[in-house]
Design a binder for this molecule. Structure first.
Ligand code: ATP
Length: 363
């Protein structure tokens, strides 16, 4: 069947619209069974990449190989990829069962075998009870399950999902996210999933491709991206809300740096190579902690500041603290009040220093 392959290779795939490069030399190897998220802001080229993969749009350059077979010259139906869209795209006049079985009918799968596979897939997506309903009689989440079942039932080599959860409300989105992960674990089908939501990408994907302006910024596991973003674009996307330019930095030892701004010196961890001696520092709000005056003396990677804004988040609080290096956002486990003075500790291994370049100008 179509599921028998070792790897899908995207080899510098490029797509231009007139002079505009929407997708610039994306290279990626998707292993069998792997779940890949394409993550990036609106306009970064995610949908273009997906449409090129599906065969809905020709490449301007590069190749797509399934093992050693070139497939980018094949029409969509000969690639045989499963597609799941944001708007479900179900047949409104067909029952759930018929919707799921449609692809099997088109492929002339014998009726008995088709019925068995549809039943198995109905079990997989837990829709047996709704098999004879029309899509219009289902909730959004149930309709999306039908769309997923329809994509899976034909046993495609690859499933492409384009923001499949974005039409669902927040609670259902979380449920369906969990559901997609469960289904993926059961069927182990290679999947490429487009999203602009970093939480979705982190929780679903084996590896994430972060894109910006058509260019890959980083490819890595969720942990790699979350803990060691390759550049400031990725850092911002991964929730490093504190991005601060420093005037000078000097090497300490190994990957340790000292960074200086407004009379403040912090120990930081170098990301990438420092070209020149200016750098920009990125820190996640949840990596800051409240220091106590005795164990965290001022200066030892701690800063005193005044709370200016407090937001209650259920489990913890997000506070904005005015300090000598600017306003820092911190996620802390205790309440605070505006005007209160607090000491923030910035652990050196979580203060990431990026060489100052084009990125930093946007900080
Ligand atoms: P979104 O999440 O908003 O869909 P995206 O990351 O999927 O964004 P794409 O839809 O791939 O981004 O678009 C990438 C770039 O290519 C954008 O600047 C877009 O304006 C441009 N673009 C996409 N399709 C076309 C087209 N048919 N003609 C001209 N430009 C296009």
């Amino acid at each position: 069947s179509g599921g028998n392959f070792e790897a899908l290779h995207l080899d510098r795939i490029t797509r231009r619209f007139h002079n505009m490069v929407a997708l610039n030399e994306l290279s990626l190897t998707v292993r069998r069974g792997e779940f890949i998220a394409l993550l990036g802001p609106s306009g970064c080229g995610k949908s273009t990449a997906l449409n090129c993969l599906a065969g809905l749009m020709p490449l301007s350059g590069g190749r797509i190989m399934l093992d050693d077979r070139r497939i980018d010259t094949l029409p969509p139906e000969r690639r045989g990829f499963g597609m799941v869209f944001q708007n479900y795209a179900l047949f409104p006049h067909m029952s759930v069962r018929k919707n799921i079985g449609f692809g099997l009918m088109m492929r002339n799968v014998p009726e008995k075998e088709a019925a068995r596979r549809v039943n198995e897939t109905l079990d997989l997506v837990q829709l047996q009870a709704h098999a004879d309903k029309l899509p219009g009689q289902l909730s959004g989440g149930q309709q999306q399950r039908v769309a997923i079942a329809r994509a899976i039932v034909v046993n495609p080599p690859l499933i492409l999902m384009d923001e499949p959860l974005s039409n669902l409300d927040a609670k259902l989105r979380l449920e369906m996210r969990h559901e997609i992960r469960r289904i993926h674990h059961e069927v182990q089908r290679s999947t490429i999933y487009v999203t602009h939501d970093q939480d979705e990408a982190l929780s679903l994907a084996d590896r994430i491709v972060v894109m910006q302006d058509g260019v890959v910024q980083q490819i890595g596991t969720p942990e790699q991206l979350y803990n060691a973003p390759a550049n400031l674009n990725v850092a911002r996307f991964m929730g490093y809300r504190n991005v601060i330019a420093f005037d000078a930095c000097s090497p300490l030892d190994g990957r340790r740096m000292q960074v200086h701004r407004n009379g403040v010196t912090l120990n930081a961890t170098l990301q990438g190579d420092v070209a020149g001696h200016r750098c920009t520092v990125a820190i996640r709000p949840d990596d800051l902690r409240i220091g106590d005056p005795e164990n965290d003396p001022e200066g030892a990677n701690s800063l005193d500041g005044r709370v200016i804004e407090v937001e209650y988040c259920g489990r913890d609080w997000l506070v904005d603290v005015d300090t000598a290096i600017g306003v820092l956002h911190a996620r802390i486990p205790q309440a605070a009040t505006p005007g209160q003075r607090i000491r923030l500790v910035l652990p050196a291994d979580r203060v990431l220093a990026y060489p100052q370049g084009r990125d930093a100008a946007m900080a």
